[in-house]
Design a protein around this ligand. Structure first.
Ligand SMILES: Nc1ncnc2c1ncn2[C@@H]1O[C@H](COP(=O)(O)OP(=O)(O)OP(=O)(O)O)[C@@H](O)[C@H]1O
Ligand SMILES: [Mg+2]
Length: 138
């Protein structure tokens, strides 16, 4: 579970698309318009025992409240893949505590700063892997 925070236009959707592409999702699918609250992508990742895992993309800005989120059946997201949720803080009370939180901020026309936080042991593993690869002093 990965929560994406950061103000309007910070680049949350753009980052989700980049992650989906990197996971081998068909680019045609990524750009296609949708009226559903949850986008569901099939990844091409093979490094998992039950391949290929799914990638779910939600925007909590389109949800009225926590019940709206719970009605989407989030157990399925957690059991079958990874979930990226924009504006996660709006439904933070019903998200798993052990999640990764990425907070984006624009630092220029084409640059973004990302603060990476972990809420528990599983997400700490992810955080450490991300920081090992991308961390740099500003
Ligand atoms: N790293 C980046 N470099 C350059 N442009 C970017 C970057 N990230 C996002 N943008 C551009 O900024 C605009 C807004 O990005 P995006 O839609 O991803 O923001 P968002 O955080 O999802 O906003 P919202 O809160 O409305 O969902 C888009 O035009 C996008 O192409
Ligand atoms: Mg967005």
């Amino acid at each position: 579970m990965i929560g994406l925070n950061g103000e309007l236009g910070a680049g949350k959707t753009r980052l989700v698309r980049a992650i989906a592409l990197a996971a081998g999702v068909d680019p045609a699918e990524i750009g296609s318009p949708t009226f559903t609250l949850v986008r569901e992508y099939r990844t091409a990742l093979t490094s998992f025992p039950e391949a290929p895992p799914l990638l779910f993309h939600l925007d909590a800005y389109r949800l009225a409240d926590e019940d709206d989120y719970l009605n989407l059946g989030p157990e399925e997201f957690i059991e079958t893949g990874a979930t990226l949720i924009e504006w996660a803080e709006r439904v933070a009370d019903v998200l798993p505590t052990d999640r990764l939180t990425l907070t984006l901020a624009a630092t220029g026309e084409t640059s973004r700063a990302v603060v990476v936080r972990a809420g528990g042991p599983d997400s700490r593993v992810l955080r450490d892997a991300i920081l090992a690869e991308f961390s740099h002093d500003r």
